[in-house]
Design a protein around this ligand. Sequence first.
Ligand SMILES: NC(=O)c1ccc[n+]([C@@H]2O[C@H](COP(=O)([O-])OP(=O)(O)OC[C@H]3O[C@@H](n4cnc5c(N)ncnc54)[C@H](OP(=O)(O)O)[C@@H]3O)[C@@H](O)[C@H]2O)c1
Length: 276
Amino acid sequence: MQNSTTIGFIGAGNMAYALVSGLVNSGFSTKNIKLSDTDEALLSLRADEFNLEVFTDNTKLAAQCDVIIFAIKPQVLSVVCKELQEHVSHNPLIISIAAGVRAVDINRWLGGNASIVRAMPNTPALLGQGATGMMANDVVSGDQKALAEQILSAVSTCLWVEDEKMLDAVTALSGSGPAYFFLLIESMAKAGAALGLDESTAQQLSIQTALGASMMADSSGDSAHELRAKVTSPNGTTQAAIESFQEQNFDMIVAHAMRAAFDRSREMGIELGDYD
Ligand SMILES: NC(=O)c1ccc[n+]([C@@H]2O[C@H](COP(=O)([O-])OP(=O)(O)OC[C@H]3O[C@@H](n4cnc5c(N)ncnc54)[C@H](OP(=O)(O)O)[C@@H]3O)[C@@H](O)[C@H]2O)c1
């Protein structure tokens, strides 16, 4: 990314904070980052921390930026896009991280022919450890795709999908996924306490086990399946537990849960697109 590329965030909340921090940590100059928000106190905090230019008028920010990132709640996106219509004739790259809202709707609200990348990050992005699924509409150039990937890479691992519908699958997997792991951590801690451990010990063991297992899955050349096979001795304790999970049809439980998230994501996209 050229250090002269100007990036503007509309919405200066949690995700904008994570992305600005990631960009600054990767060497991007705050001279070329701008923020707008309706919350003046929040803007003032951000301006003090990062020494960057802030706006309460989204249109003024938009007119000055090569990239505009929508880091606002999905419900306010249509109103914000419509107010920008007259201020995006320079064809900035639009990156929307708002969950659920489809590129076709964003394009219509912006007046048409906009270069739009939709990105679905997840909450670990707040720690620079996110996973992001991304898609680009037909107007986005190769250079703009590379730029979008560089920005989101500051806080996450980025993977592209061709078909926008696959962002609903991304939402079901990595978007909502952190909560599935929190649920497992919680259940294992509760089960450990039920076996006699004190609650704090059970919780710490559960969290560290999740962290260690994720790091092994990430760094080892083996698949998760192979790693599991390696730690499952015949007739041992792990085998007893895994067989119990499988008797309860663990794969099917996960598949049903993710299908429910996928269906809800599609429904929400349709509902949010009706905001006209
Ligand atoms: N947090 C995550 O991990 C995560 C993950 C994936 C996707 N996302 C998506 O990222 C987006 C932002 O999430 P977030 O957690 O950063 O939200 P957030 O902390 O609530 O930040 C959004 C900010 O936008 C401001 N805002 C509201 N209306 C505005 C307007 N018309 N113009 C400019 N700013 C306006 C809000 O002000 P007020 O508070 O005063 O309304 C708030 O400061 C959401 O669409 C969410 O779906 C978040």
